[in-house]
Design a protein around this ligand. Structure first.
Ligand code: 4NP
Length: 159
């Protein structure tokens, strides 16, 4: 199973989702069964490490983002990943616009997995410190929901 998190710059929200979701997979004993990556719609930050404010907020919750580097969404991602999960509606529209016909991946908003309907992870880039904490709260909730769904799918594959 392969999961790709997508935001605008790939330096705040989607690398946070990548790190937190990995931590939740490890806690569930599923890290070896699921591949996780993140990317951005834009190319401004390609090759850069996560924003220091995101890295610090994640570190406070036991998640290390220091090895991650930004990259841009690529055509191959649509055949490689089972889930392409957008942080907000603009990201989602951009993914859909680039999605080839017949692509079988699940494409949707990440917070659907936190039981929120149609809700974005707000972009924290131009805001204050509190925005980064809110991003983590939302991403932790959705990560737990996504681990539950994937655990059920993997269980189904074994039967
Ligand atoms: P992200 O946040 O999409 O969560 O990585 C942003 C990072 C950079 C910019 C916008 C959003 N930017 O405009 O450079």
């Amino acid at each position: 199973m392969r999961v790709l998190f997508v935001c605008l710059g790939n330096i705040c929200r989607s690398p946070t989702a990548e790190g937190v979701f990995r931590r939740e997979l490890e806690a569930a004993g599923l890290a070896h069964r699921v591949e996780v990556d993140s990317c951005g719609i834009g190319d401004w930050h390609v090759g850069k490490a996560p924003d220091p404010r995101s890295a610090a907020a994640a570190r406070r919750r036991g998640v290390d983002l220091s090895e991650l580097r930004a990259r841009q969404l690529a055509a191959e991602d649509f055949s490689r990943f089972d889930y392409l999960l957008a942080m907000d509606h603009d990201n989602l529209a951009a993914i859909r616009a680039q999605c080839p016909d017949g692509c079988g991946a699940h494409i949707g908003l990440f917070l659907d997995f936190a039981g929120h309907v149609d809700r974005p992870v707000p972009d924290p880039y131009y805001g204050g410190e509190r925005g980064f904490e809110e991003v983590l709260d939302l991403i932790e909730a959705a990560s737990r929901g996504l681990v539950e769904e994937i655990a059920l799918r993997l269980e189904g594959q074994r039967r």
